[in-house]
Design a protein around this ligand. Sequence first.
Ligand code: TYM
Length: 341
Amino acid sequence: MSAHVYTGPERVFSGVQPTGALHLGNYLGALKKFVALQETHDCIFCVVDLHAITMPQDPKTLSQNTRKITAAFLAAGLDPKKAVIFVQSAVRAHSELAWIFNCSARMGWLERMTQFKDKAGKDKERASVGLFAYPVLQAADILAYKATHVPVGEDQKQHLELSRDIAERFNRDYDAPGFFPLPEPLIKGPGARVMSLKDGTKKMSKSDPSDLSRINLEDDADTIARKIKKARTDPEPLPDNMDALKGRDGAANLVGIYAALAGISDQAVLDEYAGQGFGAFKPKLAELTVNAITPIGQDLARVNADPAQIDLVLKDGAMRASAIAEPIMEEVRRIIGFWGA
Ligand code: TYM
């Protein structure tokens, strides 16, 4: 008798889109966690180019961006000996399982996805089917490896819930209890939602037209210090508890960034800085940010200078990823009843 809950090994999977330079939000919400997890878990990290084409992309820029994100993975400290690092389109299982999951996911589930509503804007009829089905492909990414844990920022929470629904539905529809795990998001902690430096109510994003809204991993020390100095805050001093920061979004964001970079709680930051104004706090935050980010930027330049080495990492990663996914896909085909499986 098969188990009703998944009893297989733990595995970590996460992905990053090759749609532009990475910023502090990507680093604190995702990359920093990836680097820690590779020490303790079996990890797979993917540059998701199939997701990128849900919005128009220039073919040349897409392949360059794919290498750039891989370089950022390596510069941030991912080690291809410890984790599998590869590109989504190089492993066919993602597309195949996404199709299969399209037949398990329900229209109503996808219609509730806030990211689709944001990206499609007012003219939903003109959005691509791919943009609508985006979260189904994300479920396929995770489950093609039977991954159990997914480190992401807060903005991916709803997509992760959908992945769990899809896994559960597949297991039930095909009478295969416990076949797919219900993946757990790893989101908690400061840094899960880094906001724009210009507007503390909006998340820090690659697509914000203002470069002053974000700190890029490639920014030099002066640029980082200038952006933090210009970050929108308020004239009040920092309070001694987080509740008192309600409604002060810009201020709360800087406290959260400090906490995430220092590896302490928001409250611990306030314990140190209560009563002080931003004139005193911002230079300290700038120093902390420069110390964390500029070494990555410098290493990024070194890694980017050797594209052949990046390609080797990706080729090896694709082989290792396929070797994990293929036996799982063989079982999936057999469970569904495809000919020859
Ligand atoms: P993407 O490429 O938009 O972002 C990559 C990672 O960075 C996190 N992130 C943030 N975290 C904190 N604050 C922010 N302001 C911020 N902005 C971005 C994201 O949460 C993400 O973890 N759909 C995903 C990619 C994906 C994926 C997957 C993730 C595809 N398949 C499977 C996990 C598992 C995305 O667009 O991430």
